[in-house]
Write a protein that binds this ligand. Structure first.
Ligand SMILES: Nc1ncnc2c1ncn2[C@@H]1O[C@H](COP(=O)(O)OP(=O)(O)OP(=O)(O)O)[C@@H](O)[C@H]1O
Ligand SMILES: [Mg+2]
Length: 218
């Protein structure tokens, strides 16, 4: 199997500031010397007690946190810093589903806009270049189609498109987060406890379609 991601001696420290001058007096060693390899088409679980740094590893992997030291490689290319990740359009290929769906969805945007964000940044996967003579641009039609398809995958009705995050339950919001992560057909999805807020039956649904996506797209 081919290597997708390699993490070498990753360290992420958060500074602790204190005193009159608010100087950095110590560090929280959230992640201290972690190395592992992720192969394409496989599923990995990261296990550890609360506060042991699991979410922090995920965040530095997707580019929400710059490592203090160490290296992250994607198919052999270094993508350690947020800057390096941006330069490579890395987030088209690596997406994250968050533990806390409450704070990871912009409350001012409709669900349609939220799910369309990665499609606007990275394009609609597998889009066919064909002429379209309608009122709206062809791209917008493709984006709308893809958003509807994603909503169907996560089991939400089409009318969801015009609604806002506060109108949904925790479990429904989590499904919206999963739909957004799937939008650009990423190569790797970092899922930070994606189903812990869901009912057992819905957990199974979400995990099953994540498996299906993995089978279909590797
Ligand atoms: N932005 C931050 N600033 C300072 N410290 C942080 C920050 N984010 C996380 N930490 C600290 O880093 C450590 C690791 O946190 P992290 O969220 O990665 O743990 P976790 O393994 O995901 O825990 P849980 O299972 O509870 O989700 C904790 O001690 C946490 O307090
Ligand atoms: Mg966590």
């Amino acid at each position: 199997m081919s290597e997708l991601v390699r993490i070498e001696n990753l360290q992420v420290y958060y500074p602790i500031r204190s005193g009159f001058l608010n100087r950095i007096t110590d560090n929280v060693k959230a992640v201290d010397d972690v190395s592992f390899v992720i192969e394409a088409g496989k599923t990995y679980g990261l296990v550890g007690e609360s506060g042991s740094g699991k979410s922090t590893i995920g965040k530095s992997l997707v580019g929400l946190e710059d490592p203090t030291s160490g290296k992250i490689l994607f198919e052999g290319t270094e993508v350690t810093t947020i800057k390096q990740k941006k330069a490579l359009n890395y987030n088209k290929d690596v997406q994250m589903v968050f533990q806390d769906s409450q704070s990871s969805l912009n409350p001012r945007k409709t669900i349609g806009e939220i799910i369309a964000e990665p499609l606007k940044s990275f394009g609609v996967p597998g889009k066919i270049e064909a002429g379209y003579q309608g009122e709206r641009s062809f791209d917008q039609v493709l984006i709308d189609q893809r958003v509807l398809e994603l909503l169907e995958i996560v089991g939400l009705p089409a009318r969801t498109i015009t609604q806002y995050p506060f109108q949904f339950s925790g479990g429904q919001r989590q499904r919206i987060g999963v739909a957004r992560a799937l939008a650009s057909n990423p190569r790797l999805i970092v899922a930070d406890e994606p189903v812990s807020a869901l009912d057992l039956s819905v957990q199974a649904q979400v995990l099953n379609f994540m498996k299906k996506i993995q089978r279909d797209y590797g």
